[in-house]
Design a protein around this ligand. Structure first.
Ligand SMILES: *[C@@H]1O[C@H](CO)[C@@H](O)[C@H](O)[C@H]1NC(C)=O
Length: 363
């Protein structure tokens, strides 16, 4: 009797909870993938046709797409859902974040409003001067290491060096500044053949480099170059400087050559064959770094490392003194970058800095 009761309970349980009907475990509505199958195909013959053969009938490829699968469909649905939510009337009962998102979305769709806004690059130029690439005047450009530090502090984009704060594994209160090559942020498409570009650069002593092939014909611009040209043409038209396309193209090529020299840092960077680089321990103080720089380049070299680091770290509120510890990857890197900075024309330095900032920030 007990056994019979148990079976009865089990049967009732199944009746209430497993009510799929028709002997199916699940309905096609719950698993749309089931409708993509073509069960008239033998899975041992063609497994793909068996599992997905009917997909193209259920979801024909839309005319404006070249790829259509379950993920793109899902993505489309999510975008549509998000747009519907953002377009719906703003209510006081909406969470504050949603109210803000709805306001931002409406503002984006308001073309008249968007057209009235200044480009971030334009605002940057109002504050820091025009991008020499689009300017007709080349005079009065000054670029100091302290200014470089200010830009890095303000925009968080590395320039000439990359830096990090490392701490001593055995004593976490013991920190040092680590400088290394400024490579991560250059688009990889500009990574060129180092030796050739170094020759180009040295051959013109920091001046203009024309990008042409051996037979004298112009070579195709790399994608990053096309990008910079487009930005420059656009900004030229907005600002209205009437600079020639040809001159802009030349300047952009020069920026790319410069980045190719800067990218590898020390080895392969701007180090002449005849350079005699004074030895320097890897872990020193900022004061010792200054002594090395003074002996290497003479006291006139325009960098005061304490000042530069204080500009670089000004947003952090940390004061850098001569006693702060400093770590680097080798005197060759420091020499190469400091030398490059000194030999290049200020307008080229500024062109590079602004190209970098326009690429990596909304300014
Ligand atoms: C299913 O496969 C068969 C055999 O290849 C084919 O004739 C039929 O058109 C397919 N059905 C669909 C809906 O694609």
């Amino acid at each position: 009797m007990e056994k019979f009761k148990f079976l009865l309970l089990l049967w009732m349980f199944c009746l209430t909870s497993c009510n799929n009907g028709n002997n199916e475990y699940v309905s096609e509505k719950l698993i749309p993938e089931l409708s993509y199958m073509n069960t008239s195909v033998d899975p041992c013959e063609n497994f793909y046709q068996y599992t997905c053969g009917n997909f193209k009938n259920v979801h024909p490829l839309p005319e404006d797409q070249y790829n259509w699968d379950h993920f793109t469909i899902l993505q489309d649905e999510i975008h549509q859902l998000a747009a519907d939510i953002l377009k719906s009337v703003r209510k006081d009962t909406d969470p504050l974040a949603l109210q803000k998102a709805k306001a931002a979305y409406t503002a984006c769709l308001n073309v008249n409003y968007a057209d009235k806004l200044k480009l971030p690059e334009e605002n940057f130029m109002l504050e820091h001067g025009i991008w020499p690439v689009i300017s007709l005047e080349d005079t009065d450009i000054e670029v100091s290491w302290n200014l470089v530090g200010d830009f890095v502090a303000e925009y968080g984009v590395p320039l000439f060096f990359n830096f990090q704060i490392l701490s001593n594994y055995w004593d976490p209160t013991d920190n040092f500044i680590y400088l290394y090559r400024d490579a991560i942020s250059n688009p990889s498409t500009i990574y060129g053949k180092l030796e050739e570009d170094l020759d180009d650069f040295l051959g013109t002593a920091g001046g203009r480099v024309s990008r042409s092939t051996d037979d004298g014909s112009k070579s195709e611009p790399i994608p990053f170059e096309s990008f910079l040209r487009t930005v420059a043409f656009y900004l030229r038209d907005v600002v209205g400087t009437w600079k020639d396309d040809e001159k802009i193209i030349e300047d952009v090529a020069e920026i790319i050559s410069f980045m190719r020299v800067l990218q590898p840092g020390g080895p392969g960077g701007f180090v002449e064959d005849t350079a005699e680089i004074l030895p320097l321990d890897n872990l020193i103080t900022v004061g010792e770094l200054q002594e090395w720089t003074d002996s290497q380049f003479g006291e006139d070299y325009p960098i005061n490392w304490v000042d530069y680091f204080n500009h670089l770290f000004k947003a952090s509120g940390v004061a850098i003194t001569e006693d702060v510890k400093f770590y680097h990857d080798g005197a060759r890197l420091l020499y190469g970058v400091l030398n490059l900075f000194q030999k290049a024309e200020p307008r080229l330095l500024k062109n590079f800095i602004m190209a970098r900032l326009f690429t990596y920030t909304g300014c």
